[in-house]
Design a protein around this ligand. Structure first.
Ligand code: DHB
Ligand code: FE
Length: 283
């Protein structure tokens, strides 16, 4: 495969599914809580079916579509686009947090990316350097603005085509992925490139779903981040670009006004932006 080949929904979906399956997730949900949730899920289904007088043909199309989503490996894509933002909102609000806002993780996080120093350039190919450069710097602090020792910033994002390493063909494993170890005051300065808007692979069941209601498959250009420091609540978030396409109309409903960057050219003419992360105490 070559780097110019576009990833298909099937290939991206299966890569995301394989990655997710390798984690073997679990939850300590009680039987009582599970019963209450399932009862309400089925109740919501019942209400919708009656409200819209859903037909047998529509029911069979749903059944076929769900089978297709599984076979294409697209459940991680579909769920993270259409459902995760609600989970994230509940997660953030549960404990009255007041630090930097979170956003969805999405299907393309990979743990244990290579460690990089506080001042660094993201791993990138020669061809990535044709994209507009971005210097992204800031500080990881507590809620009072005091810099935190031992902070890390995990950054992962798409290239200028909108593709992620490990999920699209032909890209080196850790391209545009890294774990930045901040200095003793929590400072970091990362040179990277401006990612492109991201199009959910639209040639499979997620795309058919979007077509069926006349929607679009686009997310605005974004940086993904996981920010951690000892004794602090880790945050998973995303940062977007002021005035960027789709910022006001993200298919994944994952933008927030507090998460928008407005880079400006520095003395060398390179776009630069400072964004500080405030972490809540560990819950
Ligand atoms: C999807 C991809 C992303 O890069 C993202 O941030 C969120 C969702 C997806 O294809 O589902
Ligand atoms: Fe993404």
């Amino acid at each position: 495969m070559t780097t110019t080949e576009n990833p298909t929904a099937h290939a991206s979906g299966n890569a995301a599914t394989d990655k997710f399956k390798s984690e073997r997730v679990s939850s300590d949900t009680s039987v009582e809580r599970a019963a209450a949730i399932y009862k309400d899920v089925l109740g919501a289904f019942a209400e919708i079916i009656h409200k819209h007088q859903v037909t047998y043909d529509e029911y069979r199309v749903l059944k076929q579509w769900m089978i297709d989503v599984g076979e294409y490996g697209e459940w991680p894509l579909w769920l993270d686009v259409f459902v995760e933002h609600e989970i994230e909102e509940v997660h953030y609000n549960r404990k009255h947090f007041s630090g930097t806002k979170g956003s969805i993780e999405g299907p393309y996080y990979v743990p244990d990316s290579p460690k990089l120093p506080a001042k660094c350039t993201m791993p990138m190919r020669e061809q990535d350097k044709a994209a507009e450069a971005l210097i992204f710097k800031g500080q990881v602090t507590d809620l009072e603005g005091k810099g935190l020792q031992g902070a890390t910033v995990e950054l992962w994002h798409a290239d200028k085509e909108g593709y992620y390493s490990q999920f699209a063909p032909g890209i080196p494993e850790w391209n545009l992925r890294g774990t930045i170890e901040c200095d003793d005051e929590g400072n970091f300065e990362i040179t990277t490139l401006k990612p492109a808007p991201y199009k959910i692979p639209a040639d499979g069941p997620t795309g058919w779903f979007i077509d069926s209601y006349g929607g679009h498959p686009w997310r605005p250009a974004h940086l993904h981040l996981m920010v951690k420091a000892p004794g602090k609540r880790a945050i998973t978030t995303q940062l977007y670009f002021q005035g960027g396409e789709w910022v006001e109309d993200d298919v994944a409903t994952a933008t927030k006004p507090e998460l928008i960057l407005d880079p400006q050219p520095n003395a060398d003419g390179v776009d630069e932006v400072t964004y500080n992360f405030a972490l809540d105490p560990e819950a």
